[in-house]
Design a protein around this ligand. Sequence first.
Ligand code: GLP
Length: 241
Amino acid sequence: MRIYIEDNYEKMSKKAALIVASQIILKPASVLGLATGTTPVGMYKALVEMYNEGEVDFSEVISFNLDEYYGLAKESPQSYYTYMHEQFFKHINLPKIQTHIPDGTTGDVVAECLGYEEKIRAAGGIDLQVLGIGGNGHVGFNEPNDKLNVLTHLVDLSEKTIRDNSRFFKSESDVPRQALSVGIATIMKARQIVLLASGKEKAEAIKEMTDGYVNTQIPASILQTHANVSLIIDRDAAALL
Ligand code: GLP
């Protein structure tokens, strides 16, 4: 695992954007795994700037997002569907048909989850997976538990995640209690992984996910067993290393 400690959020975002852009320059039809949350906002902004400068072309890229709230309308301001459109997709030349986000409004969860895995497989697997990390060590919405789901699944969100994510909703009671998330194997099968973390609220999780042990209570800790992971974190997130 390579660990890059950057001075601040802007530098972390730029470094991540450079890695994503390099991937696309080297392989224009790259399959990207994409994350939501506050952390990658700066990375998406930097990528949009590079696109506007003509430095990167998304026309052949295929993307798969990690997760989506279950039971939230796509048009809801808090859906990850809306987030991806607003933060990234509407600013670049990635054809909508090449973007994928789990359908949190599906009436058939099993078919949706199996279908999502199949679409990733048919696209040739993920070349580069971008990840954030929850304050409790979750990746995607793979929450701390005795057992971790291998494949895409419906998950009950933990109390901490509901509390953390309530900042995007009117109140805590408005936060969906469930989500669809890719599984741990779906993430681990990516050929390259970049995990971003910023701020002191992430310092404990970063310490625990790099401590030399795999612990299902810190789902991100399994990334230590992946051959090609870059951690790009700012000084605050690195404070306990
Ligand atoms: C969310 C998402 C994760 C994200 C994490 C951290 O709930 N499901 O994919 O990485 O929590 O979010 P943030 O970057 O806002 O701290």
